[in-house]
Design a protein around this ligand. Sequence first.
Ligand code: PXP
Length: 238
Amino acid sequence: MRLGVNIDHIATVRQARRGAWPDPVEAALICQRAGATSVVCHLREDRRHIRDEDVRRLKRALSIPLNLEISIAPSVIKTALAIRPDQITLVPERRQELTTEGGLDALTLRRRLQPIVRRFQQRRIAVSLFVEPAISQLDAARALGVESIELHTGRYANAAAAAAAGRRASVQALQRAAAYARGTGLAVAAGHGIGYDNVQPIARLRDIEELNIGFSIISRALWVGLDRAVREMRRLLR
Ligand code: PXP
């Protein structure tokens, strides 16, 4: 199971004082040394944490893939096309939200998504869609010709904190969706709300190849340091 570490919240802390430190690029290099297999960041329209220059520097500094999350807003698409990360993940975005809420509706948005997907692929940037674990969304992703999907684990993460029955059902939904997506030739990642306490049932799912985890690792790093926080998560994934 591969581990993509989302470093947005290193930049959240930096933006608290709008200075140069802590530097998300330095954080990404620590994650890389500690065994992360990719680095993830979200260039939000309001640039509340990661900024364009961070993405440019990350792209130059990393030897592991850079996975850039963006919405379908034209301004961020233009930046992403210019910077050329290894992969983009298209996510829904609302200005007022604290973090990404729910998956992208690939079915409803398919006509808007098609030319966007094509433009990235023409620039040799792989495209992933962040979607709910629903067959209709996976079919839409497949029809759009993207390389991969990332299953939204938010429902699982919320259920994991509540009743065991809800948690079992949401693990099964993720397993079914992952198996279906792999069967159609899509690469499968998952993420959102995954932490040290709830990662293992998801890490056991054979058809999920990669987990993208941010908040829990950056929070844990406050206590034990980032290197150890990443290594601890790697161990749980194994
Ligand atoms: N995957 C996607 C597509 C996301 O938008 C996020 C949050 O930015 C994550 C994974 C990571 O979620 P968390 O920070 O809750 O681990």
